[in-house]
Each structure stands twice: as structure tokens, then as C-alpha cells.
Design a protein around this ligand. Structure first.
Ligand SMILES: NC(=O)C1=CN([C@@H]2O[C@H](COP(=O)(O)OP(=O)(O)OC[C@H]3O[C@@H](n4cnc5c(N)ncnc54)[C@H](O)[C@@H]3O)[C@@H](O)[C@H]2O)C=CC1
Ligand SMILES: O=C(O)C1=N[C@H](C(=O)O)C[C@H](O)C1
Length: 275
């Protein structure tokens, strides 16, 4: 038994979390700390190098060394898995370093380009390392994307509206891009709307992924929401998902940590794991 009276698991998965003080990072640290099959071996932050996490505001009783240098963190704590919840540039760098050090990345960070995902996929293949890049960890969001892909076989016209809190750095969201990719995989490229339509205000028709318009809303009070709207002859179908708090992502983070240990390649999107 550990100090909290929990059953001790032989060989828990050793996890490091990057971005522990962030909105998602805090939830992930709590998840790893409380799961009996995980051990929080370190956190990677921009500040507080050398401290015990328990000394940092909001982490009372959660002990793990804080590192600002990810390579030193990996050398000294030898995690099995890195959970990255930072920013696009940092997330890309951390994922590369993790693969080089034999640490399996579980990346929730969004804003990677397609080329960056391809480079990381190649690197994981070279290293024969499991890795997961998950634009959305919420099971409802995965189902929304799968349902949207099913609907796209019957409705060729679709627009995506994603709505997020106003502190989000990347637009469009990783989920919106992934949704558009899943739809475009099953429908021929199509220019939607009137062939002669013109924007009198630039951006009015949103961004475009393979002809699919994506509109990004950023407002205080929101968390993470998306609507996929299909239009057909005399009918419309709307598929909507809402995350009302960040706990919604945590079962997906847990599943990803467990699953990445069994993979030898990079998986982009939890729709490949949640069948
Ligand atoms: N996959 C999913 O289901 C979800 C993904 N996200 C994504 O996760 C990422 C983080 O989101 P939030 O927690 O809302 O952002 P946030 O801004 O609250 O947290 C980001 C954290 O990363 C830290 N950070 C930045 N550079 C760093 C570095 N070099 N080393 C260590 N830490 C560093 C910041 O100090 C901050 O604490 C975003 O890319 C977001 O889109 C967010 C929610 C769900
Ligand atoms: O930044 C967020 O909050 C979220 N980011 C992810 C994305 O870009 O899709 C997942 C979720 O939408 C929350």
C-alpha cells in the first residue's frame, strides 16, 4: 500500500507531464498522481527548476521533481511516457526529444502542421517507438468525428464551427482540422457555395480545408465545443459536441498512456484506438 492506502501496482507506468501548471496539465498531473497503475516521476515546466512540485501553488501533496531541461529530466528520471500539454512549438520539440530518448510521447498539444505530424511519424517508425498525437481526448468528440465521417458519405456539403475559450493559441482547433481530414478522406474534393461567391469582408467564409469551411469562435466562458453542419436537399444534419470541463479529456489521456506502451508506431487520432 502507498501513503494514501492505495494498492501498489508492480511496475507502474512512469509518466512525466510537460506543462503541469496549464489548464490541461493540472488535470493530467492529478490523473497520473491518482491512478494506481501510473507513477508521476517528473514534470517539465518553464520555471521552478529543481523544486518539488508539491512546493508549487495548487500541487499540495503531489511530489515530483520539476525540470526546465527536458533532456536532463529524461536522463535522470527515465520515464516510460511523456504527456505533453504545452504549445505547438514546444510540443513538437518535446515529442522529437522524447522519441530520441526512447520515451513514448502522448501529445495532446494541438497546432502541429501536417508536415510536422509526418516528420514525427517517420521518426517514430525509425525508432520503432509508440507515440500518440491526439487532437482531442474526449470520447464524445471522437464519436462526433466518426459520426461526421459516416454522414459525409451521404451529405457532400458541410461546414465546421469550432468554439473555444479566448485563451486558446491555435486556430483552427486540432479537432476541427482532424474532423475535416476524416471527412475529406471519404468525399471527393468539392468547392462549396456559389461558384461566384465573393467575400466583401475578408475571412467571412472561414478557413478552408480541402474545400471544407472551418469557422473559429473564441469567447470567454467557453471551454471546447464543435458543430459539424451538413446540408442536403431540403434537410440539414448537425452533429455537436461540448466539453463543459477539462475532466472530459482525462479518460482519453489515461487510455492513451496505457495504449502507447503497446504501440510501435505513431498513431494520430484516438479514433484509431477507440473502435
Ligand atoms: N487533446 C486534447 O484533448 C486537448 C488538447 N488541448 C491542447 O493542449 C495544449 C495546452 O492547452 P491548455 O492547457 O489549455 O494551455 P495552457 O496555456 O493553460 O497551458 C500550457 C502550459 O504549457 C506551459 N509551457 C509552455 N512552454 C513550455 C515549455 N517550454 N516547457 C514546459 N512547459 C511549457 C505553459 O507554461 C503553460 O502552463 C494546447 O495545445 C491545447 O490546444 C487542450 C485541451 C484538450
Ligand atoms: O485548447 C483547447 O482548449 C482544446 N484544444 C484541442 C483542439 O485544438 O482541438 C481539443 C479541445 O478542443 C480543447
Amino acid at each position: 500500500m502507498d501513503k494514501k492506502g492505495r494498492e501498489r501496482v508492480n511496475n507502474p507506468i512512469k509518466v512525466a507531464v510537460a506543462g503541469p501548471r496549464g489548464r490541461m496539465g493540472r488535470e493530467a498531473v492529478a490523473l497520473v498522481h491518482h491512478a494506481e497503475n501510473f507513477q508521476l516521476v517528473a514534470v517539465i515546466d518553464r520555471i521552478h527548476d529543481g523544486k518539488d512540485l508539491a512546493e508549487v501553488d495548487g500541487f499540495n501533496g503531489i511530489h515530483a521533481p520539476v525540470y526546465t531541461d527536458i533532456e536532463r529530466c529524461f536522463q535522470e528520471t527515465k520515464p516510460d511516457v511523456l504527456v505533453d500539454l504545452t504549445t505547438p512549438e514546444t510540443g513538437k520539440r518535446h515529442t522529437e526529444i522524447a522519441l530520441r530518448y526512447g520515451v513514448r510521447p502522448v501529445v495532446g498539444t494541438t497546432g502541429f502542421s501536417q508536415e510536422e505530424i509526418e516528420q514525427l511519424t517517420k521518426l517514430a517508425e525509425e525508432k520503432e517507438m509508440g507515440a500518440i498525437i491526439a487532437p482531442n481526448f474526449a470520447v464524445g468528440a471522437i464519436l462526433m468525428m466518426k459520426f461526421a465521417q459516416m454522414a459525409a458519405k451521404y451529405f457532400t456539403d458541410v461546414e465546421i464551427i469550432e468554439l473555444h475559450h479566448d485563451q486558446k493559441l491555435d486556430a483552427p482547433s486540432g479537432t476541427a482540422v482532424k474532423t475535416a481530414q476524416l471527412i475529406s478522406a471519404v468525399r471527393p474534393t468539392k468547392k462549396q457555395g456559389h461558384p461566384d461567391e465573393k467575400e466583401t469582408l475578408k475571412g467571412a467564409r472561414g478557413a478552408s480545408y480541402d474545400g471544407i469551411p472551418i469557422h473559429s469562435v473564441r469567447l470567454p466562458g467557453l471551454i471546447a465545443h464543435q458543430e459539424v453542419i451538413f446540408g442536403g436537399n431540403g434537410q440539414s444534419l448537425t452533429i455537436r459536441h461540448d466539453s463543459f470541463h477539462r475532466g472530459s479529456f482525462m479518460s482519453g489521456v489515461k487510455l492513451s498512456i496505457e495504449t502507447v506502451m503497446k504501440l510501435q508506431t505513431l498513431v494520430y487520432g484516438l479514433e484509431h484506438i477507440i473502435e
